[in-house]
Design a protein around this ligand. Structure first.
Ligand code: BES
Ligand code: ZN
Ligand code: ZN
Length: 502
């Protein structure tokens, strides 16, 4: 995809070059100056007339009629330089990528150094470009009848820079992996429940394992029965699809110590069970495996980048269906941990499957836990559709996750778990816990419930019910599955242990 070179001389004419121009640096010099000369001062003229402008979001295409090494020049307005941080530059590249896609160009050149500002260095900019291209051009057309028009995709990007070619190449590649891993998660989320069952998800994980050499374990229903995974089994009771507990192990250190556990909710469709969802609330529940998708997307990037960390991914997968055998409100079940749970609401199924997944991650040696789940409508009411809710039992681990989310450009906000929330989930006359203490602050109760299974292990819970899908198109992707948290999880894993001790 990427070729990096120090000079702008090409043996063949290139389809297009992308050049940034900011409010501060709107001089026609350097590469732009050379192109201006070849075009007999046309660029200076266009700038004077206001047709080209450093205004943010303005992308102008100039056709050179064969007078330069590039058939077209895209001049990208960067706005005020001081506002152009890493996150903004990634969005700028997102908009550029969409423009290129609309222009149906399969190869472009990018004058990378023209996008570098005081707050970003060239390697950040390279990462942003590498990430934005796959993210912004991602399309999921599912099972629509294909049109006869030939598909033209961006396949070759020549990056021109005055700096170190190898370092820039490496950053582009890392960014590209972040973007592709996110796209894989998006596709998993977009797949309908009949096309992505727990068995399909297990097969997908097995493919990742064989591609990257992960250790793979897939627990079948009988294995779960032997291990006493009564919580996951209860949710699966009303289904004709077998449940799967999927484990992927990546060992990047000599010893299996300091193990990070990434745990995902993999409900392939959530009807709500006997506490059934209303007819409008049920549509879209194919995305209830968004947490599992994020974990699998992150594992793909980890497999590509091979960091010196130990990671165990645990995904609890089933659909939540209704039949004569389904679990019901008032049932009492026993989780793998031994804790008993009174079922008050079968739609609060995510915390149940996560309870056994968390216990099983610890069983596999996880010393730190991060779970990702489309867990509650409550988090959407509290934080909306752009901000992931985070809850924790450990300040230092949370700080590392938050830091990673900032770097990845994925918004996150913490909600508290105070003592009274723990009391509410422990309030049952017939069992150790109840799975639904009420609707007042239920994002917090859900987390408090999972915390009962994390126990003393440092743990962060990420509720992505609002962020796993997007209602409309945005700079870095289309409506539908967002692949949220893939980049945060990977950044966290790559940086783990660099800063504060947990
Ligand atoms: N899968 C849902 C949460 C959800 C809601 C995800 C909207 C995405 C969009 C979860 O299993 C659920 O149904 N939660 C209940 C919890 C309640 C029963 C305490 C909810 O949010 O209403
Ligand atoms: Zn539910
Ligand atoms: Zn659910």
């Amino acid at each position: 995809m990427f070729k990096v070179q120090n000079h702008k001389d090409f043996t063949e004419q290139q389809a297009a070059i992308i050049i940034g121009i900011s409010e501060k640096n709107k001089k026609v010099e350097g590469l732009l100056g050379e192109l201006d000369e070849q075009l007999a001062g046309q660029i200076t003229e266009l700038l004077k007339e206001g047709d080209i402008s450093p205004k943010k979001n303005k992308i102008v295409k100039i056709h050179t009629f064969g007078k330069t090494s590039f058939k077209r020049i895209f001049v990208v307005g960067l706005g005020r330089e001081e506002k152009l941080n890493f996150e903004e530059i990634r969005k700028v590249f997102g908009r550029v990528s969409k423009t290129i896609q609309e222009s149906k160009l399969s190869s472009i050149a990018v004058a990378l150094d023209t996008f570098v500002t005081d707050s970003t260095d060239v390697l950040d900019v390279a990462h942003a470009l590498g990430e934005a291209i796959p993210l912004a051009t991602y399309i999921y057309d599912g099972y629509k009848k294909k049109s006869n028009e030939p598909e033209i995709k961006l396949e070759e990007v020549t990056v021109i820079t005055d700096t170190d070619i190898e370092e820039v190449q490496a950053s582009l590649q890392v960014g590209f992996q972040f973007g592709t891993g996110t796209n894989s998660a998006r596709t998993l989320v977009n797949l309908p429940g009949n096309m992505l069952t727990a068995t399909d998800m297990a097969n997908y994980a097995a493919e990742l394992a064989s591609k990257y050499g992960f250790e793979l374990e897939i627990l079948e229903k009988e294995d779960m029965e032997k291990l006493g995974m009564g919580a996951l089994l209860a949710v699966n009771k009303g289904s004709v699809e077998p449940p799967k507990m999927i484990v992927l192990k990546y060992q990047g250190k000599e010893e299996w110590t300091d193990v990070i556990g990434l745990v995902g909710k993999g409900i392939t469709f959530d009807t709500g069970g006997y506490s059934i969802k209303p007819k409008y609330g049920i549509v879209g529940m194919k995305s209830d495996m968004g947490g599992a998708a994020s974990v699998l997307g992150a594992m793909e990037v980890i497999g590509e980048l091979k960091p010196e960390q130990n990671v165990v991914a645990v995904i609890a997968s089933t659909d939540n269906m209704i039949n004569g055998n389904a679990f019901k409100p008032d049932d009492v079940i026993t989780s793998m941990s031994g804790k008993t749970i009174e079922i008050l609401n079968t739609d609060a199924e995510g915390r149940l499957v996560l309870a056994d997944a968390i216990t099983y991650a610890k069983h596999h040696g996880a010393n730190y836990l991060v779970d990702v789940a489309t867990l509650t409508g409550g988090v959407i009411i509290a934080l909306g559709n752009h901000t992931t809710g985070a809850l924790t039992n450990n300040e230092a681990l949370f700080e590392q996750i938050l830091e990673a989310s900032h770097e990845a450009g994925e918004e996150m906000w913490r909600l508290p778990i105070f003592e009274h929330a723990k009391e509410r989930v422990r309030n049952s006359k017939v069992a150790d816990l109840n799975n639904s203490p009420g609707r007042d602050g239920h994002a917090i109760f859900a987390a408090a419930f999972i915390g009962e299974f994390a126990e003393d292990t440092p743990w962060v819970h990420l509720d992505i019910a609002g962020t796993a899908t997007a209602k409309s198109n945005y700079d870095l992707g289309p409506a539908g599955g967002t692949g949220v948290m893939v980049r945060t999880l990977v950044t966290f894993v790559l940086r783990f242990g660099e800063t504060e001790e947990v």
